[in-house]
Design a protein around this ligand. Structure first.
Ligand SMILES: Cc1cc2nc3c(=O)[nH]c(=O)nc-3n(C[C@H](O)[C@H](O)[C@H](O)COP(=O)(O)OP(=O)(O)OC[C@H]3O[C@@H](n4cnc5c(N)ncnc54)[C@H](O)[C@@H]3O)c2cc1C
Ligand code: FES
Length: 259
């Protein structure tokens, strides 16, 4: 196991449904929570069962001294099962794993574009920005307003929906293009579905230092199975998303779907 990483049985404190099929589960975590930085992830499994067989990767949504939370859309076996667990039941967490976003600095202007389960990063990024007095703005996109979650933690949060039912009509990259007509951020972060990341890389990668959190499927989360390759830019060689990422500087990587 990588250094500064623990296997911990964590008790569920509560689960809230925060939008359609979308949940936040809070857990007690004495070992892992204090170590997490934004963009790092956990491998999550269920105690005393091998169903589902493989652990699932989750970004840490928020972390305090002794609690952390997971944000997820119940799409399959793992997430549906977590959503049904009761307070007092437990999950097995392995983490914190991987490399997250670069440390923020005071007065730095940061824009974070999120979509889908990438919205998990809003609370933990907002907390880190407020600690360092960085100026962070979130741009959160979805197909429709029903899929969007409100986050009290984020002082500056704008929405984009494909159907125009909430916020800007269009996708989050189109919203960023509009915003950039009036000025550029110092750093741009992206967490969300791969097509959104590809579009961010194309539109902004050469203009703003851009960091993208990739959602490559993972089996071990620790560099053992070689199952999470991410192509190195301009090379026939690969990073491992779990060990070298999941956050990469956009000009370091090529998306396979884009080749
Ligand atoms: C570094 C990293 C961080 C991640 N962080 C999060 C997170 O914070 N929250 C979160 O919900 N997920 C996150 N994921 C994805 C997560 O690991 C699971 O793949 C996902 O939650 C589905 O797990 P499942 O067991 O419910 O579905 P599975 O049974 O594995 O899949 C069921 C079906 O759903 C499809 N599917 C998988 N993911 C999605 C999705 N996001 N949207 C729509 N369909 C999907 C699959 O292709 C499959 O067809 C992350 C993945 C990585 C690699
Ligand atoms: S998930 Fe096994 S090497 Fe990355």
């Amino acid at each position: 196991m990588p250094g500064n990483c623990f296997l911990e049985s964590a008790i569920i404190v509560q689960t809230r449904e925060v939008a359609e099929s979308t949940y936040i589960t809070g857990l007690k975590s004495r070992l892992i929570a204090p170590l997490v930085t934004p963009g790092q992830f956990l491998m999550v499994s269920f105690p005393e069962t091998s169903d589902p067989l493989l652990p699932r990767a989750f970004s840490v949504c928020d972390a305090t001294a002794d609690t952390l939370s997971l944000f997820y859309v119940a799409v399959g076996r793992g997430t549906r099962r977590i959503s049904k667990l009761k307070p007092g039941e437990s999950l097995v967490l392995n983490g914190p794993l991987g490399k997250g976003f670069p440390e923020m600095r005071s007065a730095q202007k940061i824009w974070a574009a999120v979509g889908g389960s990438g919205a998990a990063l809003i609370p933990i990024l907002a907390r880190a920005a407020s600690k360092t007095s960085a100026d962070i703005h979130f741009y959160y996109g979805a197909r429709t307003g029903k899929q969007l979650v409100g986050f009290d933690e984020a002082a500056n949060l704008e929405y984009a929906t494909d159907d125009g039912s909430k916020g800007f009509r269009g996708n989050v990259v189109q919203l960023l293009i509009e915003k950039m007509k009036n000025g550029m951020p110092d750093l741009l972060f992206g967490c969300g579905p791969t097509p959104m990341l590809i579009s961010m890389q194309k539109e902004f990668g050469a203009r703003v230092p851009t960091y993208l959190s990739v959602e490559t499927p993972m089996a071990c989360g620790m560099g053992l199975c070689q199952g999470c390759p991410v192509r190195k830019a301009g090379k026939k060689d690969y990073y491992l998303a779990c060990k070298d990422g999941p956050v990469f500087r956009s000009n370091e990587i090529e998306f396979e779907a884009d080749l």
